[in-house]
Design a protein around this ligand. Structure first.
Ligand SMILES: [Zn+2]
Length: 180
């Protein structure tokens, strides 16, 4: 789908440190590579909902007592592009490794609404340590499009980059994990 752009999830632009499909050796065999984009940001930076929708899920490891790879994360889901007579596509964005989230499942959020704060919960590298409690801090963003996942990817995952006009290189989708 061309011309569909989402709200940038941070209050300023940063170049991603890792793109979709990179480092297959780290994520296989379950995934063909990194399942989203990583954005560097200072611990505590506000995280913004990329589009208006319903909070599908939040997860705080302290509350549930186990560690999801994304740590504390928020998922927002919305049907986008519906017209009279035809349904749109259902997108779900995940924002991971948060320090905290400030929305609840089922809640409606606006595009650009603050949903949490950047952190380093879950599986991050380097792992936080007592002498460096903010090590590994970044925002992970992954995107699913129900029924329209990228070829070879599970869970309807797609490359988020083309959906953010800030990413000038976003059009260069890397099907094979290589930067073209
Ligand atoms: Zn990531």
């Amino acid at each position: 789908m061309t011309g569909l752009f989402f709200q940038w999830p941070l209050p300023y632009f940063v170049e991603p440190t890792q793109g979709f499909g990179e480092r297959p050796e780290l994520y296989g065999p379950d995934l063909p590579g990194h399942d989203g984009i990583d954005l560097p940001a200072a611990f505590g930076t506000i995280v913004l909902a990329p589009f208006a929708g319903r909070v599908f899920e939040t997860e705080a490891q302290a509350r549930y007592g186990h560690r999801h790879n994304y740590g504390i994360h928020v998922r927002v889901e919305a049907e986008i592009g519906a017209t009279k007579g035809s349904s749109g596509r259902v997108y779900q964005v995940a924002l991971g490794h948060l320090a905290s989230c400030c929305v609840e499942p089922g809640q409606m959020v606006a595009a650009g609404q603050v949903v949490g704060l950047v952190g380093n919960t879950g599986r991050v590298w380097p792992a936080p340590a007592s002498d460096n409690p903010t090590a590994g801090t970044h925002l992970h963003l992954s995107l699913r499009c129900a029924g329209y996942g990228a070829a070879g990817w599970p869970f309807d995952l797609v490359d988020p980059a083309p959906f953010f006009k800030e990413l000038k290189w976003g059009a260069r989708v890397r099907e094979n994990g290589q930067i073209s």
